[in-house]
Ligand binder design. Structure first.
Ligand code: GLU
Ligand code: ZN
Length: 328
């Protein structure tokens, strides 16, 4: 689906894309709230898409729980796995035909080559590479191969790796401003699919955001390196990229991305403890500079004058005290 620029300005389409590899926590909630506010404050629409390609790490309960968590926050969506919509299905594992077609185009253009380097990278590629998963740049070991060489590898497992462009790219991010980089030089060739065609995150997310008409991708700023790769893919397919908005992460007192090591900050814990979401929304709104003090409120209360450009540019530290304040 090709949307004209004027349409995008008139009616932004955003998305929230939970990965059901575990429970949704405060960090996810903050990003989802901001994604919702950004499009809703401009009369836009929000798509809910489940990113469940990382099959070894999937939890069967996590899809339903993610939907419940997002709804509990008071965020609504106009298309999603529970309500359907014009771009159904909204679960990536059910969208394989689209990714297969994209991979076929990449092979036809010799833009991918079979890479036999590491098994670990292959396993990781199905998930979004959050900061701690960005490995060293690929040194180009297998770049001399052509697509046809895949047939000569026998039983050897391989992945399809994308030849990154050796050009300077720039984009204007709605939060962090103008960014520029050379994908080939600074990041290197990246994984697009497994040898059997199972898509990696980078391919699936670009195909879906394009096909679903997403005009704004708001996500954590640890995915900035992925944005470069994705821009390279948009360029290959000749698709207009969405606007990007990368928001600082929620971190623990140690400065690292909020995770299990920081204790239990699952939304389900608040829900099960019978807490209302208003206090959490208030805390998150305060963390984002939308209100002066953490007082209970609802997402819709924050729509007036919402401005992404005003967001703090630094990570927000969730202390144990702040978390406890939600539970008491
Ligand atoms: N499903 C991804 C995650 O959980 C989101 C990636 C994105 O927003 O592009 O991190
Ligand atoms: Zn290789």
């Amino acid at each position: 689906m090709n949307q004209s620029t004027s349409e995008q300005v008139a009616m932004p389409v955003g998305r929230i894309a939970p990965a059901p590899t575990g429970a949704q926590h405060v960090g996810n909630a903050r990003t989802y709230l901001l994604a919702w506010l950004s499009v809703r404050s401009r009369e836009g629409r929000l798509i809910l898409r489940i990113e469940d390609l990382d099959s070894p790490r999937l939890k069967s309960w996590a899809v339903d729980q993610a939907l419940e968590d997002v709804a509990w926050l008071g965020l609504d969506w106009t298309e999603g796995p529970d309500i359907g919509g014009p771009h159904a299905p909204y679960i990536q594992s059910q969208r394989r035909a689209l990714y297969d077609d994209a991979l076929r185009q990449l092979k036809q253009a010799e833009r991918v080559y079979p890479c036999t380097c590491t098994r670990r990278d292959v396993a990781a590629a199905a998930s979004a590479p959050h900061a701690e998963h960005e490995g060293p740049n690929y040194p180009g070991t297998c770049a001399g191969r052509s697509v046809a060489d895949a047939a000569r590898l026998g039983e050897q497992p391989f992945v399809w790796r994308f030849r990154a462009s050796n050009v300077e790219r720039a984009w204007h991010d709605r939060v962090i401003g103008t960014k520029a980089a050379n994908v080939a030089r600074e990041l290197g060739d990246f994984i697009i699919a497994r040898g059997d065609g199972a898509p990696a995150y980078q391919l699936a997310v670009v195909v879906d955001d394009h096909v679903m008409g997403v005009s704004e991708v708001l996500r954590g700023d640890d995915l900035v390196p992925s944005t470069w790769r994705q821009l390279d893919l948009y360029d290959f397919f000749g698709w207009q990229p969405p606007e990007f908005a990368h928001v600082p992460l929620v971190v623990g007192p140690d400065g690292r991305r909020l995770a299990k090591r920081h204790g239990d900050t699952r939304l389900a814990q608040l829900r099960e403890a019978g807490k209302s979401p208003e206090r959490l929304i208030g805390l998150l709104a305060w963390s984002a500079g939308l209100i002066d003090e953490p007082r209970p409120c609802q997402p819709a209360d924050l729509l007036d004058n919402f401005d992404l450009a005003q967001l703090p540019r630094t990570p927000w530290v969730l202390t144990a005290d702040l978390w406890q304040s939600l539970l008491t």
